[in-house]
Design a protein around this ligand. Structure first.
Ligand SMILES: CC(C)(COP(=O)(O)OP(=O)(O)OC[C@H]1O[C@@H](n2cnc3c(N)ncnc32)[C@H](O)[C@@H]1OP(=O)(O)O)[C@@H](O)C(=O)NCCC(=O)NCCS
Length: 152
């Protein structure tokens, strides 16, 4: 059975932070965004996560991580797709991310590298931008298109 992806709850936070530590990703500020964090679980075991920080019409995608033993099986892409679907549901126009290690992973979703100063000011004020991620991190952006509304 593939891992099941669901919204995170506060009870998931310790295991999420442990996975971030093990993946060498910053944990700072994530606790304020549990409501828009996703988790992947095998039974009760947390094996993946992805989080969105919402800033009006923009969002920061962060904390995309998969347990080392399950990497390379599509879960990272599945978590990213779920996070982008969540962004669509929140009517987000631009999704940003910072990465030091996975600049080659995100272009498949349409993310493109941009200069740091092209980032929306609200996102630039996030903890991840101001302190958690080094200035050398790559900045990427995905512009989301409106999905056509369903015909009933
Ligand atoms: C990045 C990460 C989430 C990918 O998850 P995953 O489940 O292994 O990825 P998937 O199996 O869905 O996708 C595999 C594809 O992504 C590519 N890929 C995986 N990690 C990558 C990385 N760090 N950089 C570039 N490409 C990467 C693989 O080469 C593979 O490419 P292919 O489809 O062309 O063969 C996972 O490696 C991880 O947790 N890394 C540590 C944390 C991290 O760096 N997160 C990203 C920054 S927020």
């Amino acid at each position: 059975m593939p891992p099941v992806i669901t919204p995170a709850t506060l009870a998931d936070l310790p295991a999420i932070l442990e996975l971030l530590d093990g993946s060498k990703l910053p944990r700072a500020g994530l606790d304020a965004h549990v409501a828009t964090t996703l988790v992947a679980k095998n039974g009760k075991q947390l094996v993946g996560t992805a989080a969105l920080e919402l800033y009006r019409e923009c969002a920061l995608l962060r904390s995309v991580a998969v347990a080392p033993e399950l990497r390379g099986q599509g879960l990272g892409q599945e978590l990213t797709r779920h996070a982008l679907a969540l962004a669509h549901r929140h009517k987000i126009k631009s999704v940003y991310l910072l990465t030091e290690t996975a600049g080659g992973f995100f272009p498949r979703f349409g993310f493109r590298t941009i200069p740091r100063d092209a980032v929306d000011p609200a996102v630039q004020r996030s903890v991840e931008f101001t302190s958690a991620c080094p200035a050398s991190a790559l900045v990427m952006r995905l512009e989301l298109r409106r999905q056509p509304s369903a015909v009933s």
